[in-house]
Design a protein. Sequence first.
Length: 323
Amino acid sequence: MMRSSGGTKRVIHIFTAAVLAFPTAAGTAEPRLPVDLTSHETAQYNVDHTPGGLTLSGTASSQGFYVSPPTATPFPVMGIRTATSATRPAGTGIVVELRGQSVSGGWTEWRTATADSSVIQLPEYARSVQARITFSGKEHLGKPAVVSLYISPLGSHDPRPERQANLKPFSSRVYATRIGLVGERTANGHVIRRRDRFASLPSRRGLNSDDTTNDYVVEICYSRTNRCARAPVWDVGPWNLRDDYWNPPASREMWQDLPQGKPQAQAAYADGYNQGKDERSRKVLNPAGIDLANGLFWDDLGMTGNDWVTVTYLWTGSAADDS
């Protein structure tokens, strides 16, 4: 589960939006498209719409998010520059992620900018872009707020963005644990039920925006019972929060020296990788790469204890192979 915490000293940091057009190397202006932050129809949780912008709600919860309506781009793009106007009191946080609707119709994974860049690179060409803004903090620290968000598509107007045909979804054998935690909320705002059916992976890149969307689905097969089941990804964990181990090393957010398909927690537990600790310096006590909700674990797969399973990350394949 996603958890956030912060200090008590309150200092306001203001990130101002960039100029109306970004110059390119050729001297022309990049298009600058506003992202709609006012919709009440999209996925959102624990946020308030105010005249001063989009803010974290003043409840006891420490996290909220807003997903924007898609913004069409003038040409297929992979690189997108972001410009955000926001206020962020010390101890609070704002994370802006983007994903793209590919030329083949599906959604890419979510991506964030690196620490030293305002440019977000999508994993494939997209014809429209959607933003997800996640707020974290506590009421006594003040409310983080986003006043505006602009995106500027970068690159060629003719990138030849055909997607590879007959791409098979990636599969790997990983250790699965049971979530439990009935009554608590997942990273996308879902309240966990006693016999729930969803999965958790240790990266926000494959996290569905809420519990009504199934853009990111895994298929889990358990050899001891010869059962398979599919489930949406509604939470982040186990252990890490930025370990998209199903991606090739070059595009993995962290731990790029590990092979594709090997979770960092597995390497830490079995091989002493990163001194046996996860990304938050906690000692890794099992090699888990996926968490399964109770109904999925007990009823669908027939599991009685934590064990190894084969997971297929269905969104990593072409639409023709997702059936």
